[in-house]
Ligand binder design. Structure first.
Ligand code: PGA
Length: 239
């Protein structure tokens, strides 16, 4: 696991965008795994700007998102507003789990199939939860899990409650599984702020265990972590 140290959220956003944009520019075909939440917002803002400046085509890009709330299109809307609307990507090249599907089990299987049909994920962008979750894989999730429906923990519900001013916050979500995420060729994890410091310490200095799902990334051969000062504040070498 490589750790790239940045000073603050702005530098994190810019470097993450440069990293992803260079992959988009240099590939003939690429499947990007994308994340939602607060952390990648700045990355999407920069990526949108670079795409306009360089008139970057997205005809060779497919995106697959990590998760969506059950009974909601909150993350569909987030992706549309914060990224897809700004880059001119064709709608049928963007994929998210369908949280309003009637048959959720079938939807989970369909989503796995979508990823297989695309040939797998080349680069997966991840955030990290305060409780160490990746995607919505909460503590205790099996490391071999595939796309599934989860009951969100109180920690995750309260961290994300602020986004639900117009609709009732769902307590369940569909998420790519840990096994699904681990099959990505490459992973870029973004961590910003002191609230993530404990999870980051576990990731780098703890033992691999399902109580902190992100620790499984120690198993993956190609992980880059971009972390700002706040997120690194509990790492031993920093103190
Ligand atoms: P955040 O979420 O970027 O909103 O902190 C990250 C996550 O829960 O994975």
């Amino acid at each position: 696991m490589r750790l790239i140290k940045v000073s603050d959220e702005e530098e994190l956003s810019r470097l993450a965008a440069e990293y992803v944009f260079s992959k988009i520019k240099s590939s003939e075909k690429i499947v990007l795994g994308l994340a939602t939440g607060r952390t990648p917002l700045g990355m999407y803002r920069h990526l949108s700007k670079y795409s306009k400046e360089y008139k970057q085509s997205y005809s060779h890009v497919h995106t697959v998102n990590l998760d969506e709330y059950v009974g909601s299109r909150a993350y569909h809307d987030y992706m549309q507003q914060n990224f897809f609307d700004h880059i001119g990507i064709h709608k049928n090249q963007t994929h998210l789990p369908d949280g309003i599907a009637v048959d959720l089990e079938k939807e989970c299987k369909r989503y796995e199939e979508v990823i297989i049909q695309l040939g797998g994920i080349d680069l997966q962008v991840l955030g990290i939860g305060q409780n160490g979750h990746i995607g919505f894989n909460e503590p205790g999730t099996d490391f071999s899990s595939r796309t599934h429906v989860v009951e969100l923990t109180e920690s995750t519900l309260s961290a994300n409650a602020k986004y639900f001013t117009h609709e009732k916050q769902p307590r369940r979500a569909i998420t790519m599984g840990i096994g699904t995420i681990l099959e990505s060729n490459e992973i870029l994890l973004l961590a910003s702020g002191e609230k993530k410091a404990r999870a980051l310490r576990e990731l780098f200095q703890g033992t691999m265990n399902s109580d902190i799902p992100a620790t499984v990334l120690n198993h993956h051969p190609n992980v880059t972590v971009l972390a700002d000062e706040g997120a690194r504040s509990l790492l031993e070498e920093e103190s």
